[in-house]
Design a protein around this ligand. Sequence first.
Ligand code: DGT
Ligand code: CA
Ligand code: CA
Ligand code: ZN
Length: 570
Amino acid sequence: MSFNAQIATLLYEISEILTIKQDRFRSRAYSTASQRVTALTEDIREIAVRGELEDIPGVGKGIAAAITEYIETGESMILQELRESLPQGVPEMITIEGIGPRIAMRLHEELGVTNVQALEAAAKEGRVRELKGFGSKKEENILKAIEEKRSRSTRFLLGEVLPIIQGILTYMGESIAVQQVEVAGSARRMKETVGDLDILVSSTFPEEVTRRFVGMPPVARVLAQGPTKSTVVLKNQLQVDLRVLPPESYGAALQYFTGSKGHNVKLRTIGVREGFKLNEYGLFRRDDDTLVESRDEARIYEAMGMDWMPPELRENTGEIEAAMEHKLPELIELGDVKGDLHMHSNWSDGKAPIEAMAEKAMEMGLEYIAVCDHTKSLRIANGLDEKRLTEQINAIKYIDEQNPNVKILAGTECDIKRDGKLDIKDSVLAELDWVVASVHSGFKMEETEMTARIIKAIHNPHVRAIGHPTGRLIQRRSPYAVNLDKIFEAAAEHDVFMEINCYPDRLDLSDVDSRRAKETGVKLCLGSDAHAPKELEFIPMGVAVARRGWLGADDVVNTWSVEKVLGYRK
Ligand code: DGT
Ligand code: CA
Ligand code: CA
Ligand code: ZN
């Protein structure tokens, strides 16, 4: 959620609680302010910095103070007090997506539920759908939202933890007691979310390593501290496990703690068949317990008759069989990527001018980028209509000429309307180098309708790619109902690419879906979906998805020359 949307949600919730409290006048004031904030095109924090909050129509002193407080502390006392004034269980229910104060009050009054567990039970028993104005669809959505909130509170986005990992590895690596340090577990496998971090260190001075680990700056609490294993919780609630090993068993531990569990179980089963024993201390011969290998991870796989495999593949989805037959795919690498095919500028809801995005791309050594601003249906994102889009095409041509070191494609992220038509005229689409078509509304459609909607967009001859094809937001919004197999077939037939959107909470297509797309004959394209120059750095996460989806360089069109990408659709 953008920051403005967070503020708008905050104001709206205050307004709703005030309605319940029969304070109509103040309720209306907050509700109006919420709408005004939604309509803003500028980041409200910038307005606040200039001290101009009260210049926003509908925002008076009190509301401005609430906004300032939220900007500064991430909290609002008014909202907290209002929430606490509600009946038991209602404040907790409001934290479920899709349940506002009014609905929560009704659930409380009409079902007698006083906490989320009771609400979940009621929904499972089918008692929510009986309420006037609810129905089974709403009941199902409530159950989904409860489930999502539960998983959200325990897992972290890969994009959130990568910088933390970098910090830990650097900090630990600076100690002379540390010989090797790496992250294992789901983070090494580059899974889209991670439960906790598993850090491995090889050292002959474990006490020194442990002392340094529990004293790291971001540590909030130490849960366990011992010579080989310690656990801490960071200030952001992320748990980090440390294991310290002698250098001679580092490879075995790295293999074991990288997982996944499914991969390890399968590996051990095969090992047993071949007369081996495999654990975190090493690979041993079963009959006489002699050590075969423990220092080097790759040699453990090789001793078992397999090729070493990149951690991203270790999910027990065929990689062990492929490694035994020496048929592992050669995966795409970050260094293969030549271009970024989806980013926004301040012509729509991006924060930076096209020039700044191009500058960053050049710094990163990219050969080409596509500027894909939103189109007019997305009014909250200041989407472009035909007139502004035409102006932008000319502006991009000019900026492109000024920057001979990077090709700047005139693109769009064109909205797919409910009927499958694009919201920009074909005559203007024809002027663009690159058209990404995306769904941004009407997520609750039936599967057949949604599938037909996207296939219709694929049939538009100007469309090059489908953006974030399932619309999911990790742990916040499920994919919309859509038949991906049919979408992939249509995309393969019409030479339309499927995007792997690299935004940390999207990663859409996912690893599993990307692999299926490839198997259907579809080519994938990476887009950072950057809304600021720094966000071009999201590309590595898309590369991780591609690698987890078994994709090689040629499967991902960003490794191609720009001419080849543009010439693909006949
Ligand atoms: P996470 O933390 O939930 O994102 O997922 P992981 O894969 O990092 O899992 P975690 O942290 O529980 O354990 C790290 C690795 O340790 C895991 O990927 C494989 C290994 N491991 C943990 N428990 C077991 C087990 O019971 N059996 C085997 N074979 N390996 C295990
Ligand atoms: Ca883990
Ligand atoms: Ca762990
Ligand atoms: Zn989009």
